[in-house]
Design a protein around this ligand. Structure first.
Ligand code: NAP
Length: 208
């Protein structure tokens, strides 16, 4: 039988409890054998992540420590070029000869997926799982998914997670304004952010 491997792709700037809940739900629902978190190095579509890849990678490592089915890959971070999902999937297919891959990311990705680098090939190499957060119209996402399937084929599904109300953007804003982020991310990650003064605005302090 093929090994079922989840690849959790995202900036993780920073990783939070919502991401971990998504990964755990995907593990249960799709009966995955493992999930590999792959923080983006140099995303092709946007500029200026807020924390260095070095910090993002370390925070993801800390966050997944307590789950033996979770691991982290630096495959995109150590690659100096653009982080294309197609290249990542090709590399994982080489590493795991007898596996099927589930690429897990946010639903926002669905709206841009047609303009990703070689979408059709990506969809041949994985099942695409889009985790939805409250406030995103499932009808709109489903409409887009149907369009993409008509254009490129492939398997694309929505995974609805209420806990994903938590967002990295909100966490960064809270930190910059000195508002507590306790319980929104693993304590080790919160402590790491404080210690390394990540996401701080000028003159603001994170309450401990
Ligand atoms: P992002 O900026 O980190 O996230 C976009 C949205 O999706 C945010 O709302 C984010 O929430 C959410 N999200 C991100 N990762 C998630 C995950 N694993 N589970 C649940 N929600 C998640 O990510 P992005 O830049 O859209 O990239 C997502 C993935 O797609 C990455 O692996 C990236 O390399 C890949 N991608 C590839 C291409 C390409 O190959 N051409 C183009 C675009 C994206 P938070 O802010 O709370 O994380």
């Amino acid at each position: 039988m093929k090994r079922k491997v989840g690849i959790m792709g995202g900036s993780f700037d920073p990783i939070h409890i919502g991401h971990l809940v998504v990964a755990n739900e995907a593990l249960n629902i799709y009966k995955l054998d493992e999930i590999i978190f792959v923080p983006t190095g140099n995303p092709p579509h946007k500029e200026g992540l807020k924390a260095d890849s070095f910090h993002r990678l370390l925070m993801v490592n800390m966050a997944v420590l307590s789950n033996n089915k979770f691991s982290v890959s630096d495959i995109e971070i150590k690659n100096p070029g653009k982080s294309y999902t197609l290249n990542t999937l090709i590399e994982f297919h080489k590493l795991y000869e007898n596996a099927e891959f589930y690429f897990i990311t946010g639903t926002d990705a669905i709206f841009n997926l047609p303009s990703w680098h070689r979408t059709e090939e990506i969809l041949k190499l994985c099942r695409f799982i889009a985790a939805s957060r409250p406030g995103i119209s499932i009808e709109e996402v489903n409409k887009k998914i149907n369009e993409i399937k008509e254009m490129f084929g492939g398997k694309i599904e929505i995974l609805q997670i209420p806990m994903l109300q938590i967002s990295s953007t909100d966490i960064r804003e809270r930190v910059s304004m000195g508002i507590s982020v306790k319980y929104l991310l693993p304590e080790s990650v919160e402590q790491y952010i404080i210690k390394n003064e990540l996401y701080r605005g000028m003159g603001t302090h994170l309450p401990v």
